[in-house]
Design a protein around this ligand. Sequence first.
Ligand code: GLY
Ligand code: MN
Length: 517
Amino acid sequence: MTDATGADESAPTQPAADRASNRSQRPRSEAFKAFVMSGWALRPDLGIEPSRAVPFTAERRARLSERFPGTRLVVPAGPLKTRSNDTDYRFRPHSAFAHLTGLGTDHEPDAVLVLHPVPDGEGDPAADGTPSHHHAVLYVRPLAPRDNEEFYADARYGEFWVGARPTLEDVTTLTGIEARHVTELRDAIAKDVGTDGVRILVVTGADETIDTLVEAIRAEAGVEGTEEASDDALVEATSELRLVKDALEIEQLREAVARTIEGFEEVVRALPRAVAHRRGERVIETTFDAHARLEGNAVGYETIAAAGEHATTLHWITNDGEVRRGELVLLDAGVEVNSLYTADVTRTLPVDGEFTEVQRKIYTAVLDAADAAFEIARPGTRFRDIHAAAMKVIAARLEEWGLLPVSAAEALSPEGQQHRRWMVHGTSHHLGLDVHDCAQARRELYLDGVLEPGMVFTIEPGLYFKADDLTVPEEFRGIGVRIEDDVLVTQDGNENLSAALPRRPEYVEAWMARLRG
Ligand code: GLY
Ligand code: MN
């Protein structure tokens, strides 16, 4: 609608982007600026030391370098993610970036690791001193000096708002990687790119701004449309690089599992409080999550605290139900430590501390399935056969209970699979920086891959009988059981990293009794 002067009456007079100024009054006077930027003591030495990860990440980068000589590799940490309006989630870097730099916790939004191709013999050394094909540079947004407005005025990055962030020197000391200002990134990525020049590959999906930047650089160099597909090869390589864990990764996973077991103990102690609260599942969730924040970085994924029939919903994370006596509670939870490695453990516990007969029967079937999987987890076994071993037990037990419409053998055939009605998920996934680690690895190295020492994955069979499942006896209905452990493949077998958390029903009962005094 227009008025007599032709102005659009319905058009707002203040642009949307300026509306934040309706909320707070930022001082803009020159007097304020001069005053706020002056009078500060020298920054204290933060005492930053090289991280223990330095030699390990150098080796990981050298192994990646081996696959892409002559190609520039771009690995973004990712940006801060908006939670709502102008508030962000706590930052967590992309796992490929964390793996190749050793930077965990909330380091370092907008940073980008670039492996620049270099002539033979001039690359960064691998662990044994052999030069790789690349020189690594970390482009970061360093701490702004106090005469820069960012210092007090930038709510996302400023020292007044988010604390003093590392300087370029700090980043280099911490990671052993040359650090440069992120403003140099564009020219650094674009250098010598062209039809006869350097190729660029980017880990796509980590930072849209960087994906767009690389596209623009390719377009300018006249190589657009030729390299995008190859980006997937880099994504795949960074995922496959993590299939076999090095000594530091295994140490960090042990740490994550140890902290997780303590969290489960805290939950057992909190069960009486959970029973008394109208949202007992929240008591369980918050007890575990508080432990994860206190002793680690966070939880590695949203905690599943599923009491009674909620346990039949595989990823029940609403966690707002009651915890009732006589029922089971399924807790699937993992502490992520500061290096960002996470555990992924599930126990299904009797709320009263003792399994009923029917609960024990179902629990034991799941435990036997897990044991069958453990039995064959050793170097040389195919990953997919771990699942097959567990399924053989599950199908046999369902047949014994008269639940299968066909024989166990028929159910186990590819044309059958009826037993999967009660366990639709897989038995195992790789575990590491991501709870579902190595997810971009090729099928021939994952599902069809062969186990090697240093691989870490879960064994987590389950049985889930929904409350409205008319094909099972009434006493089974509303019972869900999953038992999940974290497994390291050793030279001649496997080690259950989460073995300190009892699995056998009688040990679970004894452990609960001890914790509850
Ligand atoms: N622990 C959750 C999952 O493996 O999907
Ligand atoms: Mn899992």
